[in-house]
Design a protein around this ligand. Sequence first.
Ligand SMILES: Cc1cc2nc3c(=O)[nH]c(=O)nc-3n(C[C@H](O)[C@H](O)[C@H](O)COP(=O)(O)O)c2cc1C
Ligand code: SF4
Length: 439
Amino acid sequence: MSERVLLKNMRSDCGPVGFDEYRQLGGYEALERAVRTMTPDEVINMVTESGLRGRGGAGFPAGRKWGFVRKDAPHPRYIQSNTDEMEPGTFKDRVLVNTDPHLVIEGITMAAYAVQADVAVFFIRPSYNDDAELIERELSAAREAGMLGKNILGSDFSFDIEVHRSAGRYICGESSAQANAIMGKRPNPDKTGHMTSSGLWGMPTVVNNVETLAHVPHIIRNGVEWFKGLAATPTGDGTKLYCVSGEVVDPGCYELPMGTRLGDIIFEHAGGMLPGAEFKTCIPGGASTSFVTQAQLATPMDFDSMKAAGLSLGTGSIVVFDKNTCLVQATINILTYFARESCGWCTPCRDGIPYMLSLLQDIEAGDGTEADVKRLETVAAGMAHAYCGFAPGAASTVKGLLRSFRDEVREHLDGRGCPFGDMEKPKPGDWKVLDRDAS
Ligand SMILES: Cc1cc2nc3c(=O)[nH]c(=O)nc-3n(C[C@H](O)[C@H](O)[C@H](O)COP(=O)(O)O)c2cc1C
Ligand code: SF4
């Protein structure tokens, strides 16, 4: 059994750990140590040396990002704690917040100390309202105990956290779109500057995923070598919350060494395939990553190993498909979501995703040709020219489908239709791809 870190305080009833219990378990000791005995630079250096990489999908080194905030940068400085989590298949942040809300609060506060931030916005999707309310309650408890607010733990450092509920679009998870959403603007991504110098209201802003932030108190308390030693691979860092869903015996959120092999997560930890089901493929890191092959199951699930295998770790959220699943249908399903969620700012994404979807729908219905498959490939490749990471993410499943399951696509062509049976027809009220007014 590997060491649990982020979920080590998980209670048997799965209820959240309250302030007093968290304190008894050693909670807020790392914050105490940081604000009383460490300089902000020492905290940044330790996090940098630990190799902690962002868990929001891109894997950017956390300490390096914090180091981008100039020492003489103006105030107020902000933290955006990203709990948007609208990537299909991903529910790790919710599990974390629900299990140990004060670990999250302590992690945010330590990041704030490191960059001398004044305020954090805890950005959370609206369907997580129970979790938002939980965090609001626990923020009050932390404030009352002097862990937040003016002169935290008697130090010179003052800081507080506010909860912001998203209006509920996937693009609000992207850091600059999220900043626009918080400021009450239309949530388009904005790549004109760097968030660390000009983010919220033009001020220095650090954006981190909550899973990333929750590692920080543990790194400060237990040290860099301990953190590095938790990983299963030399390229990994610490532990990772992997989500598993789909046709497995035990779907759930598993905290395992970063770099645990994909096949081991599915077949050992999630109990393998359901009775009667047979593994066909999975998406390894949420809906914006591509289908894997059987041979790729041996890949360690860390950022570099996945990249070397031509895959991406994404959010580390695995969705498993059985051999009877039509992957054209599965891709239609995923693209329907992405077509709806496109913010509409740039043409490749706004028009390209619905176009890929219509090509796939034709293929599924038996109306597709080899020329359509080529068109699909060209349009998917063109997504690399979109304004933000949303569109290349949306194209990943299409690329994976054409790269690894092209024969299955071809079986649908030239009047043959779907070899797995008709796709379930949309029900009244289901979103229609090109009917934008209805969304
Ligand atoms: C379309 C899109 C959606 C995203 N959604 C999320 C999200 O829900 N949560 C998240 O932490 N990061 C999300 N990201 C990544 C963020 O832009 C950002 O890189 C991340 O929050 C930084 O934190 P990290 O370095 O700790 O990973 C998204 C990125 C894109 C392009
Ligand atoms: S890629 Fe899509 S989500 Fe990103 S800016 Fe363009 S339209 Fe918006």
